[in-house]
Design a protein around this ligand. Structure first.
Ligand code: GSH
Length: 236
């Protein structure tokens, strides 16, 4: 188990330290972006944190120079924890779960759904989000419907959404019966990302039911309100 590991014991001490004092963890959140995952994770784990908000350039949609000054990639999310500056959603999620969450929301190797957890955790940024991004870019080029790259990219997205829908036809959450960080990694691409690429979810009823279930979670609602106050949730 995670907690019997010396590093996890240290993490547990750190966890107590954080809970007793002011939050050391800052989530640098760009409006309507993948950093909503980190705000949501902190809310699910009830971890003290503070948010530093940033807005995109209205023309390029790039993050502002302040975020680039913080991290050379200048992409959200970034967290700061004391002297540490860390980017990449997946790295941040794992870091927070181990250091502050006592392993909660991750499945341990002896859990029957461990492999499913790993698959769906990595599917989000390894497949689903990149193919949503490619469709978003191509949709702005006004290409003819028979353009080969466009057809390829649309087919890849449909394949990814079909797979997610099929998975959710038999399980409540992506890893299986438990809500995990695999859900936290994946939901952005199915919801807020559709402000940038309005993928039609009508053919995927299990995805629609899933994001509606997820949106009822108090921690999700609180996180969305903290990160993007007043943002309409795209749930259909
Ligand atoms: N794989 C990265 C992707 C980060 C990313 O591209 N974030 C977008 C927001 S969704 C961003 O910061 N865009 C602004 C920019 O590129 O300047 C992660 O998961 O952290």
């Amino acid at each position: 188990m995670l907690l019997s590991h010396p590093r996890a014991q240290l993490a547990s001490l750190r966890f107590q330290e954080v809970f007793q004092g002011t939050p050391m963890l800052t989530v640098h959140h760009l409006g309507k972006s993948q950093s909503e995952r980190i705000v949501w994770l902190c809310e699910e784990l009830s971890i003290p944190y503070q948010i530093e908000r940033y807005s995109r350039d209205p023309v390029t949609m790039l993050a502002p120079p302040a975020l680039r000054a913080l991290h050379p990639m200048g992409t959200a999310p970034v967290i700061t924890d004391g002297d540490l500056i860390l980017g990449e959603s997946a790295a941040i999620v794992e870091y927070i779960i181990v250091k502050f969450g006592n392993g909660r929301l991750a499945l341990a190797p002896d859990h029957p759904d461990f492999a499913q957890y790993l698959y769906w955790f990595h599917f989000s940024n390894g497949n689903l989000q990149p193919v949503m991004g490619r469709n978003m870019l191509l949709s702005r080029l006004d290409l003819p419907a028979d353009n080969a790259i466009l057809m390829n990219t649309r087919e890849r997205l449909e394949r990814a959404l079909r797979l997610v829908d099929h998975r959710l036809s038999s399980v409540e959450f992506l890893a299986g019966s438990e809500f995990t960080a695999a859900d936290i990694m994946s939901v952005f691409s199915l919801t807020t990302m559709r402000y940038f690429y309005p993928a039609d979810l009508a053919p995927y009823p299990h995805i629609v039911a899933y994001i509606n279930r997820i949106s009822a979670r108090p921690a999700y609602q609180k996180a969305m309100e903290e990160g993007d106050p007043g943002m309409k949730l795209l749930l259909h």
